[in-house]
Ligand binder design. Structure first.
Ligand code: GLA
Length: 746
């Protein structure tokens, strides 16, 4: 399923009834008749559809017993359209069919006449184009001949699914109405920054050609005190399709606000409202003086090449040196890249000095040469959540440059991982893996990343094909491991996908051993290479991978299916599915709840802002750091905004993720919508995430949980996002909807 979302980020649009206006009657259908296949006659109202099965239009057909490989299918709904519906509208111009989103492309007909089409189907001029997430709203002129007023009408929808899931799945069902003027209007609200001023741009639009007038009001509200801090009233006249009305409202980005926009239509008194949370930045700016932000311990196997970059924030230029560097190692003073190797097992501690025009900082640093790598969870970037299969070498390079330029490398983000989409359709004659035209030279890419102290990651599958249909490693595991070594690869994500077909034919496929087998095979091949390759299992948690991941020497294992940028997905993966996995994470071996969904994502060449609200993003990063998760950024780094940087570059928050005890947080308290997750830290303190997973803000008295958390008599409370000490006596916190208060408590 390829995501194409053009919607700006804003919360749901509410259609509220006006005080004195008419509210248009809406016909709602949750079921339809359904037929797999594709015949042109199906669109005709007179087609004999007896024998068609019933189906819900509120859920994909795959979830209703229709084979997942179904490509074409038709839906059919009969309805009586009462002419009275016209009287209830102040506009009386259109009949509107709201079909919700459809996986992936559709064509809709009313009594055999085409009324709308979204996406592309095979056979169309542009071929197949998925538009799975786009809501379908088709308008038919109220005087159109295809409408049979006061009689039975037939709506038919032809659907094409390029990939499962398929079909209609709008939770509200199919809705038919004669809309009023106000129903065509909607708000699009987005954050803006000009010079150093932050504002929200509120755009009021209409989908209809006839003009609408009324008043628009935008209020900025402090959600905690409900104080209205700014109000803007604007008269609206002649609003119509293609002629939006725009206003800008300034706000202070260091404070939490809710923006409420209302438009009231003049004649009917009907109104719409929309609320939106502008991003707000809690992380204080880093000082200009040097500050070390990376963990002070690093694991490597004897003799393996070391690639590490000391993460130091502060004004540039800066020199990074060491007076007592163990022999065999060197530091590039200009970028802090450490390289070399250490042949003998043991602990090597030395001092690192960072100096710029504003000052100097020092840190003791230890390299532990032994059998363990990944002593703390990996931090870096992966191409999948942004570029999907459209990743190229140039995009990886521009992302790595942005990682450095925007300062993320100063906070320990180091892995630059290419996900699916780099392999050529055929192997070389000698059986080695070949790259496609998007990747001119893996070796050069690896060398360049290493010269910057960054690390190089790659992706493959134990099967014949990857999830994206590219070549996997089956029967070529050792050859592939050797190629990775020759390119300087430091990380392999090994994704089950195509292996499923082989697995299905194996006589012992009910056993755990059958799930372990392909991963053990690659592990043996990787370990024959003279370099450390972080081994990342990706098989979505099958056969309780967390119970045997360590036994195949995996450094991390995905615990669930793929994440996407919605609260439902993040909540399910983060809160529901990690709760029982706490015992399995430890230094060298981590649970992986999938990559981060902040910033501009899109899984394709089309990127959009993450659909998580700012509070949901605070929750996401807080929970992932508590969970000792892989911290792999999944957005386009070249387009990072200030808010996303502030989320990813809070040294105190990241320090929880990188804490060397490596103990994952436990969910200690569930009290209605409040969940408290805590993890012990190496300095004797405890990281505490107080989450509100409900849909209403809450005032939480943390004090009442202290006994149960064995935290009585606390001597200090630090707010990690704000980097401020808080009172130890007043422990009541306002926690917004889907938000968090993230503390370190002693
Ligand atoms: C699977 C994985 C994703 C990504 C894609 C690539 O869906 O879970 O993380 O690697 O494959 O095709």
């Amino acid at each position: 399923m390829i995501t194409i979302m053009k919607k700006p980020i804003f919360t749901l649009l509410l259609c509220a009834s006006g005080m004195m206006g008419l509210q248009a009657q809406t016909l709602t259908f949750k079921t339809a008749k359904f037929k797999v296949g594709d015949e042109v006659g199906y669109k005709s109202p007179d087609f004999n559809a007896t024998g068609w099965r019933d189906i819900r239009v509120t859920d994909n057909w795959d979830n209703q017993g229709v084979p997942a490989d179904t490509r074409f299918a038709w839906y059919r709904i009969e309805m009586r359209l009462d002419k009275k519906m016209l009287e209830q509208s102040d506009l009386k111009e259109y009949l509107e069919f709201d079909l919700g989103p459809i996986d992936d492309a559709d064509e809709a007909y009313l009594n055999g006449e085409r009324i709308g089409k979204t996406g592309g189907m095979p056979g169309d001029k542009g071929g197949y184009a998925s538009a799975w997430s786009q809501p379908r709203r088709y308008l038919v002129k109220a005087d159109s001949k295809c409408i049979r007023w006061d009689a039975t009408n037939v709506l038919t929808v032809r659907c094409y699914s390029g990939n499962h899931p398929g079909g209609m799945f709008g939770r509200e069902g199919v809705r038919v109405r004669v809309p009023s003027r106000v129903d065509g209007t909607s708000f699009a609200i987005s954050p803006q920054k000009h010079a150093d001023k932050h504002s929200i741009a509120v755009e009021l639009k209409s989908r209809y050609a006839s003009s609408v007038s009324g008043t628009m009001k935008v209020e900025l509200v402090d959600p905690e005190t409900e104080e209205v801090v700014n109000t803007l009233n604007q008269k609206v006249s002649s609003l119509r399709e293609g002629k939006p009305v725009k206003v800008n409202v300034e706000y202070d980005p260091s404070r939490m606000f809710l923006a409420k926009a209302t438009f009231t239509e003049k004649k009917s008194g009907l109104s719409i409202t929309s609320s939106y949370q502008p991003p707000y930045i809690l992380t204080p700016p880093a000082p200009a003086t040097p500050r070390f932000n990376t963990t002070d311990i690093y694991g490597v196997r004897p003799g393996s090449p070391i690639h590490f970059r000391f993460g130091v924030s502060g004004e540039r230029p800066m020199k990074i040196t060491s007076p007592d560097l163990p022999s065999g190692l060197s530091i590039n003073p200009d970028n802090g890249a450490l390289s070399g190797s250490l042949a003998k097992a043991g602990g090597y501690t030395f001092t690192v000095v960072a100096e710029n025009a504003k000052g100097k900082a020092e840190q003791k640093f230890t390299i532990r040469v032994g059998s363990k790598i990944a002593l703390t969870p990996p931090m870096g970037w992966n191409s999948w959540n942004c570029w999907g299969l459209s990743v190229t070498q140039d995009k990886v390079i521009s992302s790595a440059k942005a990682l450095i330029e925007k300062g993320l490398a100063d906070y320990g983000y180091a892995y630059m991982n290419i996900d699916d989409g780099w392999e050529a359709p055929q192997r070389n004659a000698d059986g080695t893996i070949a790259v496609n035209e998007k990747f001119p030279s893996m070796k050069e890419l690896g060398d360049w990343l290493h010269s910057e102290g960054l690390k190089f990651g790659i992706y493959s599958s134990p099967g014949d094909l990857t999830c994206g249909g590219y070549l996997g490693s089956i029967d070529h595991e050792l050859q592939d491991a050797e190629s990775y070594n020759s390119w300087g690869v430091d990380y392999l994500k090994y994704d089950w996908c195509g292996y499923g077909r082989k697995h299905a034919t194996e006589p012992d496929n009910q056993t755990v051993a059958s799930f372990v087998r392909p991963y053990l095979l690659m592990e043996r091949c990787l370990r024959q290479q003279p370099r450390d390759i972080f081994y990342s299992l990706c098989q979505y948690g099958m056969a309780d991978v967390w119970k045997w991941g360590e036994a195949v020497d995996a450094n991390s294992w995905r615990t669930t299916g793929d994440i996407t940028d919605t609260w439902a997905s993040m909540y399910d993966i983060g809160f529901v599915r990690q709760a029982a996995l706490q015992p399995y994470a430890k230094p060298g071996h981590w649970n992986d709840p999938d990559m981060l969904i902040v910033g501009k994502v899109g899984w394709s060449a089309n990127l959009r802002d993450s659909r998580l609200t700012p509070d949901e993003q605070y929750t996401h990063i807080s929970l992932w750091t508590l969970l000792a998760s892989n911290m792999l950024i999944g957005c386009d780094l070249a387009q990072l905004d200030d808010f996303t940087i502030s989320l990813l570059c809070n040294n105190e928050v990241n320090a929880v993720n990188q804490d060397i005890l490596g103990i994952q947080a436990k969910r200690d308290i569930v009290d209605g919508d409040i969940q408290i997750w805590t993890r012990p830290l190496s300095d004797g303190s405890r990281a505490v995430g107080i989450f509100n997973v409900g849909t209403e803000p809450q005032k939480v008295d943390f004090g009442k949980y202290l006994k149960e958390l064995e935290l009585e008599g606390i001597s200090s409370v630090r707010d990690l996002w704000r980097q401020k000490n808080l009172s130890t006596s007043d422990l009541r916190y306002y926690i917004p909807t889907h938000g968090v208060r993230y503390l370190k408590v002693k």
